[in-house]
Design a protein around this ligand. Structure first.
Ligand code: FE2
Length: 323
């Protein structure tokens, strides 16, 4: 039986009470947002005639997501991370700050405090023996094409099995995580390994939600970046390696056309030798263009819980999350 009670004065008054409108304490913005959120959900219950069974099974899914610290994994799957990017793109446009390499989602797996190097770093610990060697390099430039010397390039990516150090305890500390400061030509170079794409764990709460939507939870092979330099807009981005079956079908919606990079397999021993490598390798070139800004708040990454960056982050680490 379908009933419609949302618009009755009784329900509307009830929503105000539930949201603390008649209380002097609390936080005004929280009250307003909670009121709006609850109103939308109450209306949804009315409109879709949600049964008590359906409601309580949703509560079970939320509990399972929380227990597995998976909200940070489901959020990009439901497009929230990309939506926030779209809003920041629109804000940049409004400020006249367009141009530069596009941003894309951070994901929850950054770990603060990676070793820092000038110009070049080796990122892998040498234990991923079956992995293809990756020579990752590029130049950081401003919008006029001038090299940006001393830019901070933070890079992190998964291993050949799709796992990230810190979250995957089998890997060594800071494996596949480095900060490289660009040289006098604005260049950074890393020796690493080609990462693998990966999927959300089979059967986990995130997987269950995606399956309800008829969707998969796979990501293509990708490499995360933070790039910053004084006087320039901080850039959070990722590159997706071309040729992965999920390059243009990423469950986290991080792929952007300009950020798809084709690796080049190099088998010439002379080229390997030049780089101090012993066999064939894949070179990945990612040049970065930073937009200029004088606004200090735009020169740094925005705040959010991050591993080893704040105490708050410690309680939010997503041990299973892979984004
Ligand atoms: Fe990732």
């Amino acid at each position: 039986m379908s009933v419609k009670i949302f618009d009755t004065p009784e329900v509307q008054d009830f929503l105000k009470t539930v949201s603390g409108f008649d209380q002097s304490g609390g936080n005004e913005r929280a009250k307003q947002i909670m009121h709006r959120l609850l109103s939308d959900l109450y209306r949804l219950v009315d409109d879709y005639d949600v049964t008590p069974e359906e409601f309580w099974s949703s509560v079970s899914v939320l509990n399972a997501l929380g227990e597995g610290t998976q909200f940070g994994l489901l959020a990009p799957g439901l497009g929230f991370d990309h939506y926030l990017d779209m809003r920041m793109d629109a804000e940049d446009k409004q400020r006249g700050l367009s141009g530069g390499t596009p941003r894309t989602i951070e994901g929850p797996l950054y770990v603060a405090g990676a070793p820092e190097a000038e110009g070049f770093a080796r990122m892998d610990d040498g234990t991923d023996s079956g992995a293809e060697v990756m020579w990752l390099t590029g130049q950081v430039r401003d919008v006029d094409g001038q090299p940006v010397t001393g830019a901070k390039v933070e890079i992190w990516h998964a291993d050949s099995k799709g796992g990230y150090s810190f979250f995957d305890p089998s890997q060594s500390e800071y494996n596949l995580r480095r900060t490289i400061i660009t040289d006098s030509q604005g260049r950074y170079t890393a020796r690493s390994i080609i990462p693998s794409g990966y999927g959300v764990p089979e059967g986990c709460a995130t997987d269950q939600v995606l399956k309800l939507l008829g969707r998969h939870g796979q990501r293509p092979a990708h490499i995360h970046y933070f790039i910053s330099a004084p006087g320039h807009k901080h850039l959070t981005t990722q590159i997706n390696l071309a040729g992965d079956p999920y390059t243009f079908d990423d469950f986290a919606f991080a792929t952007r056309e300009e950020l798809v990079i084709e690796g080049r397999r190099i088998e010439d021993p002379a080229e390997a030798d030049k780089r101090g490598l012993e066999g064939p390798f894949t070179e990945v070139v990612f040049d970065v263009e930073l937009a200029r800004t004088d606004a200090p708040e735009l020169q740094h990454r925005h705040k959010r819980p991050r591993a080893l960056e704040s105490e708050e982050a410690e309680s939010q680490q997503a041990s299973q999350a892979k984004v």
